[in-house]
Design a binder for this molecule. Sequence first.
Ligand code: IPE
Ligand code: IPE
Ligand code: MG
Length: 254
Amino acid sequence: MSLKENIHIDRLPNHIAIIMDGNGRWAKEKGEDRLFGHLHGVESVRDIVEGCAELGVKYLTLYAFSTENWDRPAYEVSGLMELLIDTIRKEVPVLNKNNIRLHMIGDSTMLPENARRELKEALDETSGNTGLNLIMALSYSSRWEIVNTVQQIAEAVKEGKLEPKDISQNTIQQYLTTSAFPDPELMIRTSGEYRISNFLLYQLAYSELYFTNTLWPDFRKENLYEAIIDFQNRERRFGKTGDQIKKGQKTANH
Ligand code: IPE
Ligand code: IPE
Ligand code: MG
């Protein structure tokens, strides 16, 4: 039986988030420049997007560039930006063909003008698609997002639209850049690093975390299936006891 057949389609994670890490080390192992790793990382993006769309996953968030990544050497940053622009331009017809809608989270004001323009076009051109929602985290960090959220809430209070006592978890959710998406149920990080690196700190509160040593340019559908199967074998308790969860499942099944 293939890995894919072991996936319970009725219990798919609705939202998968991935920290795509290890491009630089992958290139280094091959005696190549880091940008060579990023270039091959795009192949993995294509394969995983296709894999998620085929399975019927509704939301996929990919951490492509963090706020902190701006501090990398200038040649790597500009190489990554060029790759980003080039990839978006090439992929829009594929996204449309596969009914995939592109979204972006992050500080777009930091992006070069041509990247912003290309992105805006891609967002507009795919906005009518109703299949997989592909959310690119670009120039994103969770602390940036939280600061941004707090500023907007403060603004709403100042304008008299909101009373401080009425601020709830719901309010915060509505002001986050991810307000249109459910929280990820599964978060995958490649390359053997066991950290979150400023990614969706609020939204990952109850996500299942999956870490693999596979470097991002080697990560393919089969690796995704393994992560999903692992996820499906876990018991998500949300603070309750295991017995409570089992009882709930029994009642739901009868
Ligand atoms: C992830 O790979 C891609 C980005 C952060 C843009 P890295 O470039 O971080 O690769 P390593 O971690 O140095 O191997
Ligand atoms: C996290 O990877 C950011 C992205 C994958 C875009 P990094 O390689 O930047 O993270 P650290 O520096 O190892 O924590
Ligand atoms: Mg890295």
